[in-house]
Design a protein around this ligand. Sequence first.
Ligand code: ADP
Ligand code: ZN
Length: 720
Amino acid sequence: MIDTLRTVFGFQTFRPNQENIIRSILAGKDVFAVMPTGGGKSLCYQLPAKMTEGTAVVISPLISLMKDQVNSARENGIPAAFMNSSMTAEEMSDVYLALKRNTIKLLYIAPERFAMPHFLAALKTFPISLFAIDEAHCISEWGHDFRPDYLSLSLIPKEFPDVPVAAFTATATQKVQGDIIQRIGLRTPLIVRASFNRENLFYQVKPKSRVESQMLGFLRAHHAESGIIYRTTRDSVMETADFLASKGIGALPYHAGLSPEERNKNQEAFNRDEAQVIVATIAFGMGIDKSNVRFVLHADLPKNMESYYQETGRAGRDGEPAHCLLLFGRGDIPKVRYFIDRIEDENERSILLRKLNRVVEYASHNVCRRRQLLGFFGEDYPKDNCGGCDICTGSVEQIDITVDAQLIMSAISETRQRFGIGHVVDIVTGADTKRVRELKHHEIKAYGVGKHNDKQHWRFLVGELLAQDMIRQEGDPYPVLKLTQKGLGVLYGREEAKALKRQEVISKTKPAAGSGSGQYDEALFERLRRLRKRMAEEHRVPPYVIFSDKTLHEMCRHLPATLPDMRRISGIGDAKLERYGEEFIREINKYLDENPDVAVPEGETDNFGSRVGVSKAGKKGKTVEETYEFFKKGMSLEDIAKLRKLSPSTISSHLEQLIREGREVDIDRLVDPAKRKEIGELFLSMGQWALNPVIEHFNGTVSYEEARIVRAWMLRGVNG
Ligand code: ADP
Ligand code: ZN
């Protein structure tokens, strides 16, 4: 398994749960797995497919994605094909032929095919190693995108009793999980529920003020990165896309009002890194497999936590840092409410309102965003500080609410923790209600202590204290407020309580997104990105199918000089190494030649050891020799640079090396003797070999290259 992981996929270790799932499949056992987007589900079936005899059948609902999935597999050297309704009869019979010859490892098909009896009959004549059902929640009517086609998948375990079935999804409540297992008919499957934490995502909420300039500022900080901007209405999508385009940003719109052709075109352009940004309504997202989405910006309030998680989840599938920013304005709340209010069904309306409140709380409370998101899905986040959100990194302004918190909690405590939110707020604000009078609560100390603020203020505070776990609700259907240990600490003045500042705050601190995973050379990344784009066009696949951003980042950090070095970069298996290795090494070498100041990381762990030695002696040696040949033929430094498509400073560095090595170089052709003398004297009078003072002294009449060559010449004299 490890061997296949390394040689085929180019990864060193498994992500959480992958190994378990694969072992189970290889043992012929069914699997049901809930893993978040970017969790690495495809590897869970591609790897066993590659390892076992026969063909693995992958059921996937989106025809638009099949092609990319097949291409991705093929890029890794796994023979793959798909079958769907968009194919001609001839293409179809080609696939059947390949199946018959047993040359396909992965076959992607749409679910509706399973309703065709002749297809099942045909499938049975081939050796099938495994069935993988992607987006398995589509089989459940409880889920959010039920597809009747999926129901016919229940035939699989019946028709293929000996073949393991693995079902995958990124969204499934316990109820949906049970439904999926039962409907497909999985046979005592291994059940995996992975954490939904997306470690590489940085979550941030900013008060919304001037949206356009806020978006622009954000995009400037993320220039040349792919990202999605979500807006609620079609009009705002169009306006934003136009605005950004007018500022020179490659932004395209996407919403249900555009023609399918236009939507496709824009999505494709985004997919292929031709448009930097896609501005979209929530209509955009299904069928997006692009792994290098570096940011998701919500310019309007998302309608609930599920959508927010799902939409932000499209960022950073490659595991590299990505930034999720929500611009939150209270003014957006009535807009969402407006839609909700028009819903007839009272029950549904109240559910939607509750969901809306939950997002508002998410944005307003002083609680780790990650903790809140995960908590929403019933997952306890174990760490106190996630280090990946604006709250935990302290990049938001907080206010002290200790006094207000104490007022509320003393009202709760004085009434012996026996009342609910409404009554507690009535006490604090000194409301004259029948209940207050009956219980004689107007006679207690806490009565009216918070008169100076309105009920809304105190309700919000109760919400904040609940969110921060200083108080909790207990009892059903009439929950009462209880103090927690943490709350008591605040009540007795041992601890402070903080909340987010609600007014407009301009955060000066740049969020620490990405700070965790190491720096890389951005100029080189840009070049490798361009090369990737070129290769992608040649091979007619989206760029991220060639290499993920993560892979390119690693190349920039480690500067691989040889194929074995390249092989150690994450995401490069044997097939990709052979196809692209040389080309990318060439580009890196070229870059290093042109930028001699770039520090080559030393030591085994950083650059795998070989560039320090090999590049200087080997690769670099070769290019220096080439320069020498041209120079000996009488060409000038500038002409050599032009011919070799290298910068003059690279060529002068070659000549410098040749001179220092004591090779025969006609120095007069490079710097005329009088000038050489002047420069030389200056070096001697300075008593040091720094170049900058020389350039400054001559006020532009001596170039950097000339100074460098004279220095080399003089040093050569010294050495002997
Ligand atoms: P999902 O389908 O769960 O959203 P994918 O299968 O698309 O996730 O995988 C997301 C990304 O993670 C891909 O770029 C994939 O190559 C990468 N990946 C998967 N497994 C590993 C691993 N073990 N190590 C490193 N990267 C991995
Ligand atoms: Zn946090």
